[in-house]
Design a protein around this ligand. Structure first.
Ligand SMILES: *Cc1c(COP(=O)(O)O)cnc(C)c1O
Length: 226
């Protein structure tokens, strides 16, 4: 068994039923991804459009590709034809561009809204209030080619576990509130994407349904590959 297969196996054993593993393969080669594929992994996460498209073209077609990075509006058209889930919808402008590109290829694209919960300054993501406002504005009528399937968030980069747990807890609370409201189709609104290599055990405690793990599967990234 390869190291990658062993890492995937170990992580899978930690996941409760209903929680899925997104293997974050950014900066890793197609050959490396195939090692994970051969271990049965089918969901891969990428954060850059060109890299994702290149990998999509050469790798098996039963891979579910998830986009997890900041998505520029002018690049939406390259991934909309095949992407399975966009985790990182961080503005209404982006949502409206996904809508128009998805309409052109006659698809309904599954998306998560990225929520800014960390203490770190980030240019990206909705605040809990701007998320509520967007959803109460009738997003399913305005964006019929987008299906809002849940929320995504990142905790502060810190060793302070209380801080991380507070942030994941806040995200879970917002998720439950939105799911229970009339603003979304609650049968579609099922995914809470949180947890990375260093903090996924904490995310699992707070109800994560999608953990996005790169380093603990593939090792450290070498940022010169692509
Ligand atoms: C890179 C990345 C991950 C994976 O990070 P690791 O620490 O390598 O597990 C998860 N989520 C997002 C949004 C990322 O950009």
């Amino acid at each position: 068994m390869s190291d990658i297969a062993r890492h995937i196996e170990r992580i899978r054993q930690e996941l409760p039923a209903g929680t899925r593993l997104v293997a974050v393969s950014k900066f890793h080669t197609a050959e490396t991804i195939m090692e994970a594929y051969e271990a049965g992994q089918r969901i891969f996460g990428e954060s850059r459009v060109q890299e994702l498209v290149e990998k999509y073209e050469v790798l098996p077609k039963d891979i579910e590709w998830h986009f997890i990075g900041h998505l520029q509006t002018n690049k939406v058209k390259y991934i909309v034809p095949f992407v399975s889930l966009i985790h990182s919808v961080d503005s209404e402008k982006l949502l409206s561009v996904i809508e128009s590109e998805a309409a052109k290829c006659d698809r309904v694209v599954d998306c998560l809204l990225e929520i800014h919960v960390a203490q770190e300054d980030s240019k990206y993501g909705f605040t809990p209030d701007s998320c509520r406002e967007l959803l109460q504005g009738g997003s399913s009528e305005k964006y019929p080619h987008v299906r809002i399937c849940g929320l995504m968030g990142m905790a502060t980069q810190t060793d302070d576990e209380d801080c991380i747990e507070r942030e994941f807890g806040a995200l879970k609370k917002l998720f439950d509130e939105v799911k229970g409201s009339s603003a979304v189709d609650s049968s579609a609104f099922c995914e809470l994407s949180m947890g990375m290599s260093h903090d996924y055990p904490l995310a699992l405690r707070h109800g994560s349904t999608l953990v996005r793990i790169g380093t603990s599967i593939f090792g450290e990234r070498v940022y010169s590959c692509f």
